[in-house]
Structures are given as structure tokens and as C-alpha cells.
Design a protein around this ligand. Structure first.
Ligand SMILES: NC(=O)c1ccc[n+]([C@@H]2O[C@H](COP(=O)([O-])OP(=O)(O)OC[C@H]3O[C@@H](n4cnc5c(N)ncnc54)[C@H](O)[C@@H]3O)[C@@H](O)[C@H]2O)c1
Length: 438
């Protein structure tokens, strides 16, 4: 099939490359000329394991190409995907649909022959109706169907998630569109990935409900972690104890510094706004968003406490800046409010991240960026693990102890066992577990 992917960010690039890998002919379109020029040179603008090879192989095979020009690929395509960004709207937190509607208007002018227009961006309930209205108004003659096909991939494991999804959601009542979506996804269907057909509005809501539920699980265990610290219990054992119950499940029960990233923060807020607009407030999700916001800054107080009550004049080494490992994405990363709060408290911050430093420099000023984790630890009064990159999982503690001014580790991801770190003469503070002194 011929596919045009409008928007070549995380989702558009990964989806486009994977569809090409299934054997379809894909053109990825983006209005960012710099991004397209880089892709045409074979450079991948994001850090995502395996993506460079996948893109290169499919470009070589003649199934994948990149352009800033939308008209020709849309005219030739049987399926056009909208995969543009839907950030939080400034001021009120609703999803900003400017890019989606602009893409719909451009697509409308170019449609030629029956085309399925698929929204892959995360969009509030009713957006598909508006996309259909925009296209119909601009092109009363066009033959098309609009479909919602939300994406559930995770950054850092995006290709695997796309190729082995837990489910594929297709929201459309049009039989021809459903058939074409089934044909497009046939390789996954053969792999036994379930396809769930729903109406369009239901599909749109499934995406938000899924993200809100996962954000709720994370926030729940984070609050249980706070309680564990007060009562002397261990949150990791609580998480295991409840997660082994099949009705609960063990995933997304890792206590930490609060959720961040390009999706959960904006999607929970957008869902809250939609629910309020429809007089069906989601109080649980409202609490999740508020608790999570407060938590990120509270992590700086945890560091100050570990330093003896004040961070003023102290040097804090931060390991990991991206919102999770295996990505360079800094959007809503917990490291940002943590570092801002440490600055407010009068601390000096040194930082190291294996992939996110260039992105971090654009959002965090006044930080000393270091080339390695041991350089970062040099003369630090405390070392804070913020993102659980693999290379932070086997720290050389004797080397760290020599490098640091004081042996204090604050492990916001519970990567280490307290006893193990204490053995090397460090004071250790995790999340939701008893702290150990030197
Ligand atoms: N990042 C994720 O992990 C993830 C996962 C699931 C769903 N989503 C959703 O997918 C959507 C895209 O997210 P992303 O992270 O890929 O965004 P992104 O910001 O990385 O990429 C969006 C791209 O769209 C381009 N664009 C905007 N308007 C355009 C237009 N009219 N024509 C051509 N290109 C245009 C931008 O230049 C940008 O390159 C969002 O709705 C997001 O919520 C993201």
C-alpha cells in the first residue's frame, strides 16, 4: 500500500519506518526542513535504539523516503496518517490541535481517489469529527474516510512496541476503511496482535484512558512510597506483594521521582479538561496530576535532607537527565523541576546523561555538564540518580568515593539495595525504603 505519514517526529518516523519494513511504500512528510534534510542524509534526529538501521534498510530498499512537500505523496497515497504533535495548549492545558487541523486542511487540498485519513496523534474525543468536517468543507468532492488509530509505543522501545503491540485500536464505522487498516496491519495480525475495532470516539478515548490509568498506577505507588518512609516499610516489597496479584499486575509500580515525558503529563491534563467540559469530572485523574506535580519539586527537598537539611553552597551531581533511559527526550523530565529547585535552594549542579545532554542544554542553564559519570561526581557533596540508564547500574563505588567530597547517594529510581551501597561507606537514600547512614 502507499502511505503518507504527516509529521516525522517520534511517532511518525517510527511508524513510517515500521510500515515500510512490512513492505508498504511510505513517504514521511515534515514541515521542518532541517529534520527532513538530516533524514535524507541518513541522520536520525532522535535517539531511539535500532531506528537508524531500520530507516537505512528501508531507504535502501526504496520503500521509505522523506520530503517537506505534502501534496504529491498525499495524492498518491491510499492511507494518509496524521502524526503531528498535540502539545498542551498554553494557558488552559487542553490539547493544542492547531497542528492537527492545519495538517487536515493541507491534506484536503491534495486528496486524489479514495483515501483513508488516519489520526495517529493523541487527540481528544471528537477531533476525528472535526478533521472530517474540515476536509469535507474544503473538498466536498473528495472520497475519503477518517479513522482514529492511536499509538501506544514507548520511547526507548518504540520499534519493538510497534511491531509487537498488545493491541491495535481502529476507530471507524466505515467497512472499507476497516478493511484497508486490516490490510496495512496484516503482518502484525498474522503475529496474533489483536485488532480492536471501535467507533472513532471510543478509539480516541481509549488512548487517554490508557495513559491516565498508567499514570494513576505510578502515582499510587509513589504515594505508598511516601507512607513506607514514614512507617518503616519497603515500597519495593509492597509493589511486588501487590503486583503478583494478576488483577493488579506488576508493571508501572516502580516508585520514583514522578512521571514525566512527552505523553503522560499533557495527556492526563487534556483528559481532565475534556471531562470537565462534559460535566463528568475525573477526580482520580485530577488528584494524580496534582500529586505528581508536587512530587517532582519535593525530590529536591529529599536531596537537601540527605545533605543534612540545606543544599546551600553544596555541589550536587545529577546522573540522568532524560525522562527515562534510552531516549534523548527531555520533555517534562523530572530532572528539570529537580534541578531548578536545587538552584533555588542555592546548590551548584553538575550533570551527566548518556544521550540527553544536547537537549538538556536547551532547557537547563547554569548546570555544569560533564563528559562522564565519574567526572560528574568530582567533588560533589551528593550524587543523585534521576534516570535509570544501564550504565548507572554498576557504579564503581570505591572510585566514586574517592572522587566525591562526601559519600552521599540519593537514588530516586531504587536502582541499588541500601545495604550494598552502605557497605562501601555511603549514606544512601532511596524512595520508599529505609535510608542508611554512613
Ligand atoms: N512520543 C511518544 O512516545 C508518543 C507515543 C504515543 C503517542 N504519541 C502522540 O503522537 C503525536 C506525535 O508525537 P511525537 O512525540 O511524535 O511528536 P514530535 O513533536 O516528535 O513530532 C511531531 C512532528 O510533526 C511535524 N509537523 C507539525 N505540523 C506539521 C504539518 N502540518 N505538516 C508536516 N509536519 C508537521 C513537526 O515538525 C514535528 O517534527 C502526539 O499527539 C503524541 O501525543 C506520542
Amino acid at each position: 500500500m502507499r502511505v503518507a505519514m504527516i509529521g516525522t517526529g517520534y511517532v511518525g518516523l517510527v511508524s513510517g519506518a515500521c510500515f515500510a519494513d512490512f513492505g508498504h511504500h511510505v513517504t514521511c512528510v515534515d514541515q521542518d526542513a532541517g529534520k527532513i534534510a538530516a533524514l535524507q542524509r541518513g541522520e536520525i534526529p532522535i535517539f531511539e535504539p535500532g531506528l537508524e538501521d531500520l530507516v537505512a534498510a528501508n531507504v535502501r530498499a526504496g520503500r521509505l523516503n522523506f520530503t517537506t512537500e505534502l501534496k504529491t505523496p498525499v495524492a498518491k497515497a491510499e492511507m494518509v496518517f496524521i502524526a503531528v504533535g498535540t502539545p498542551s495548549r498554553r494557558g488552559d492545558g487542553h490539547a493544542d490541535l492547531t497542528f492537527v487541523y492545519a495538517a487536515a486542511r493541507e491534506i484536503a487540498t491534495a486528496l486524489d481517489g479514495f483515501t483513508v485519513v488516519v489520526t495517529k496523534s493523541t487527540v481528544p474525543v471528537g477531533t476525528g469529527d472535526e478533521v472530517e468536517r474540515i476536509i469535507r468543507a474544503a473538498r466536498p468532492d473528495a472520497e475519503f474516510a477518517t479513522v482514529s488509530n492511536p499509538e501506544f509505543l514507548r520511547e526507548g522501545a518504540a520499534i519493538r512496541d510497534f511491531k509487537h503491540p498488545d493491541r491495535i485500536v481502529v476507530g471507524s464505522d466505515a467497512p472499507r476503511a476497516r478493511e484497508m487498516m486490516a490490510a496495512l496491519y496484516r503482518p502484525l495480525y498474522l503475529n496474533a496482535a489483536p485488532i480492536l475495532y471501535t467507533d472513532r470516539r471510543t478509539a480516541e478515548l481509549i488512548k487517554y484512558a490508557a495513559n491516565a490509568f498508567l499514570a494513576t498506577k505510578i502515582t499510587f505507588i509513589n504515594e505508598i512510597a511516601d507512607l513506607c518512609e514514614q512507617v518503616g516499610a519497603d515500597v519495593q516489597q509492597v509493589a511486588r506483594g501487590i503486583g503478583l496479584d494478576n488483577r493488579i499486575g506488576g508493571k508501572f509500580l516502580h516508585a520514583g521521582p514522578g512521571f514525566g515525558g512527552s505523553c503522560f503529563p499533557k495527556d492526563t491534563v487534556a483528559l481532565i479538561k475534556t471531562a470537565q467540559d462534559h460535566a463528568a469530572p475525573l477526580r482520580i485523574v485530577e488528584a494524580v496530576a496534582a500529586v505528581n506535580d508536587a512530587r517532582k519539586r519535593a525530590m529536591a527537598r529529599k536531596v537537601a535532607t540527605a545533605l543534612g537539611g540545606s543544599a546551600r553552597g553544596k555541589t550536587v551531581a545529577v546522573l540522568g537527565l532524560t525522562f527515562k533511559p534510552n531516549t534523548d527526550d527531555m520533555r517534562e523530565a523530572p530532572s528539570i523541576p529537580l534541578i531548578l529547585a536545587l538552584h533555588d535552594m542555592g546548590a551548584k549542579v553538575r550533570a551527566y546523561d548518556p544521550a540527553g545532554m544536547e537537549q538538556a542544554k536547551q532547557v537547563l542553564a547554569g548546570v555544569t555538564y560533564c563528559d562522564s559519570l565519574y567526572a560528574c561526581a568530582e567533588r560533589a557533596d551528593a550524587l543523585v540518580i534521576v534516570t535509570e540508564w544501564e550504565e548507572f547500574r554498576a557504579l564503581d563505588f570505591p572510585r566514586l568515593k574517592t572522587a566525591m567530597a562526601r559519600p552521599i547517594i540519593v537514588d530516586l529510581r531504587n536502582v541499588y539495595q541500601p545495604d550494598e551501597v552502605a557497605k562501601h561507606g555511603f549514606a544512601y537514600v532511596g524512595v520508599g525504603r529505609p535510608a542508611t547512614a554512613t
